[in-house]
Design a protein around this ligand. Structure first.
Ligand SMILES: NC(=O)c1ccc[n+]([C@@H]2O[C@H](COP(=O)([O-])OP(=O)(O)OC[C@H]3O[C@@H](n4cnc5c(N)ncnc54)[C@H](O)[C@@H]3O)[C@@H](O)[C@H]2O)c1
Length: 656
């Protein structure tokens, strides 16, 4: 679904800034706030910001008018969300408030609209937990001020659909941002999570009377950091710092409860810039920092070690790639370098030594070296060569182009066709599919593959406008599709086709070569080839009859008649029907379930026996079966399956 109209909920500091960014990029945007004075404040904020940009020569007078004409302000939620494809929430960081707002949004918005939250720290899974369709919610974390800061962290909750995740990522690029992908929604995501131990450390420095805020801030500035840590906390708001620490205490570690100063400051209403006093007094938006010599009691290496440590934990947990962690931290913190590049210049021993020291001095487990640093594998982690535990790993799989989106989630890989609205199949798509299948072929950490389409369509078939010069080439083109699709029935993994929208012609043939097909009831399936003078030439003329019998196959191919997912289920072609809205979530859950309970060796040998066996006489097929049984007897997975069954536990298959 194309995002054309956006709604922002909450007209505060972030909401109004986000709306301004979206309108500046040419999209109409509605702002909703439950307080009329907040709407007015938001409007004034945007006007002020645009007039500053005008003065600075970054935009022209006519741009101001155009941008303002794209923004409308609403005090009724229903009118504000009607017809919007993307709704971004930016209300205060209170979990219960966000949950309530999303419950209303779920009811009032269109069923296909993507819901996004600008939360700074709260796990997306937690906010989505009260939604009847949690797959709709994506994290879209802008940085303050949204107009200036390029970073958007796009965050996937446990149930967020891949389609919505990608759509928000793509949209972030369209509005001029430089987004990163956060595959696992740990508290604080990437940038705030890496900064979390650091905030704790700086507060503990004061509680342990190591030095004064002004001396430590002077030290930080002398080291080319744009702002000292206490000035930054004042700027962000001490109440926000306190909220974050409390949230980290409840989700990450009790250690975050050890900082007492922020609680006291909040009680005294010393919230920083917003109340005029925090660690410092504030005047005209500037901190009045007493003059001080840079502290000699802290070392930059303390901060670096803590940042590297937290970054390595994120890599170990499969939260984001090292490249995105580095980029996110630089953009989000306005730093020229991030923890990954710093770690490249340090040895494992240096970082571990520093962390051991900090842990011992402050008695805080959060400062303890991450597992990989403890084991001397820091370099492997930052180079992306760490073996991430499978059940936690979700990362994009490299492809040769952008006509496929390929994502790994645990032992499941989802290959999503990504070629326009109808995911048409052409030579380039086939080549990318071919290379991806080859790459996955001997990857023993992948047990199940899901083939799907981006957007609302699986694939409406071959791209008929593609130029093919002569009949010989056309024959080769047919062979090519047939050969590549056949690989799916031969690859030693379970392959599931997630059929939705249109599954026609070549798209239908692609699905026929998968092992299992799932669909929604009103999915449109068929072979229209004969009605345009062609025939199903990518294995369809052979495969369909094998799957549903000659009579039905002849009828469907000779009439070109389209049929529904429901009828396909009756024919036994589709094994499971899911609701349209839940198709992706349910398919991925099903794939996940198979990846956990079915031995991959048993699955790959079984599919060979089924498909190859159907091409040979029964006695040869039976002989093949006995040989396969003999082979499987020696596999470790067979032993594991039997042991797990006897011990009444879940098996842990290794593809061995
Ligand atoms: N301020 C930052 O530096 C920053 C940076 C990144 C993310 N965030 C996150 O963005 C979100 C918003 O932060 P902010 O700084 O813009 O807060 P803010 O207090 O400036 O604005 C919140 C707005 O939400 C409105 N609101 C409250 N309840 C509402 C409801 N039920 N329906 C509609 N509107 C409602 C308020 O009237 C207010 O205008 C928070 O989740 C915060 O953590 C903030």
């Amino acid at each position: 679904m194309e995002i054309k109209q956006v709604t922002v909920v909450g007209s505060g500091l972030m909401g109004s800034g986000i709306a301004q960014v979206i309108a500046t990029s040419g999209f109409p945007v509605r702002i909703f706030d439950s307080f009329p004075e907040a709407l007015e404040k938001g409007r004034r904020g945007i006007e002020k910001s645009l007039s500053r940009m005008l003065k600075a020569g970054r935009i022209k007078e006519e741009n101001v008018k155009e941008i303002m004409s794209r923004i409308s302000f609403h005090s009724g939620m229903e009118e504000a969300v009607k017809g919007s494809e993307l709704i971004i929430e930016a209300v205060p960081e209170v979990p219960e408030l966000k949950e309530k707002v999303f419950q209303s949004l779920e009811k009032l918005s269109g069923p296909e609209a993507i819901l996004a939250t600008n939360t700074s720290n709260i796990r997306i899974t937690e906010i989505a937990s009260k939604l009847s369709r949690p797959e709709r919610l994506v994290g879209m974390h802008f940085f303050n001020p949204p107009v200036m800061m390029k970073l958007v962290e796009v965050i996937k909750g446990e149930k967020t659909s891949e389609t919505n995740f990608q759509a928000v990522f793509d949209f972030s690029k369209k509005i001029g941002k430089d987004p990163i992908k956060v595959f696992k929604d740990t508290a604080g995501f990437v940038v705030n999570r890496i900064s979390a131990p650091e905030s704790l450390y700086f507060i503990l420095l004061l509680e342990n009377k190591v030095d004064t805020p002004e001396a430590i801030d002077a030290f930080a500035r002398s080291q080319a950091l744009p702002m000292g840590p206490y000035e930054l906390m004042d700027y962000v708001g001490i109440d926000t710092v306190l909220h974050s620490l409390e949230y980290y205490r409840s989700t990450l570690s009790e250690d975050y409860g050890k900082a007492e100063i922020p609680g006291k400051m909040v009680k005294e209403n010393r919230l920083g810039i917003k109340t005029g006093e925090g660690f410092y007094k504030w005047q005209d938006g500037k901190a009045q920092i007493p003059k001080a010599n840079p502290s000699t009691k802290v070392e930059l290496m303390d901060v670096f070690a803590l940042e590297i440590n937290e970054a390595v934990k994120l890599i170990e947990d499969g939260v984001a790639t090292p490249v995105d962690i580095e980029k996110g931290f630089c953009l989000g913190m306005n730093r020229p370098f991030g923890p990954i590049s710093v770690a490249k210049g340090l040895s494992n021993r240096e970082v571990k030594g520093k962390l051991d020291q900090l842990h011992e001095k402050y008695g805080v487990d959060v400062f303890k070296p991450a597992r990989s640093i403890e084991e001397g594998k820091m370099k492997e982690a930052i180079d992306g060569n760490l073996k991430v535990p499978q059940e936690r790993k979700e990362s994009p799989v490299e492809t040769d182009g952008d006509l496929l989106k390929v994502v790994r989630k645990g032992k499941v890989v989802r290959i999503q066709l990504n070629n326009g609205r109808n995911n048409l199949l052409n030579t380039k798509v086939l080549d990318e599919l071919d290379h991806t299948i080859d790459k996955l072929w001997s990857d023993r950490e992948v047990f199940v593959i899901v083939i799907a389409g981006n957007g609302n369509v699986f694939s409406a078939g071959a791209e008929l406008t593609q130029f093919i010069p002569d009949s010989l080439e056309f024959m080769e083109h047919s062979r090519k599709g047939e050969r590549i699709f056949r690989k799916l029935s031969e690859i030693p993994k379970i392959v599931i086709a997630e059929m939705k929208g249109y599954v026609l012609g070549g798209g239908f043939e692609l699905s026929l070569n998968c092992d299992i097909r799932v669909s929604h009831g009103d999915c449109v399936i068929g072979f229209p080839e004969t009605t345009i003078g062609l025939l199903p030439g990518w294995s369809g003329s052979q495969k369909l009859a094998k799957l549903i019998g000659m009579s039905r196959a002849a009828y469907l191919i000779l009439t070109g008649e389209r049929f529904t997912g429901e009828i396909a289920k009756e024919y036994g072609l589709v094994s499971r029907l899911y609701g349209k809205e839940e198709l992706e979530t349910k398919t991925m859950e099903f794939a996940q379930e198979l990846s956990e309970k079915v031995s991959p060796i048993a699955a790959s040998l079984s599919k060979k026996l089924i498909y190859k066996g159907s091409e040979v006489p029964m006695d040869i097929g039976l002989e093949m079966e006995s040989i396969a049984m003999g082979n499987i007897y020696n596999s470790k997975d067979f032993m594991e399956g039997i042991s797990a069954f006897v011990q009444k536990r879940k098996p842990e298959y290794k593809f061995q």
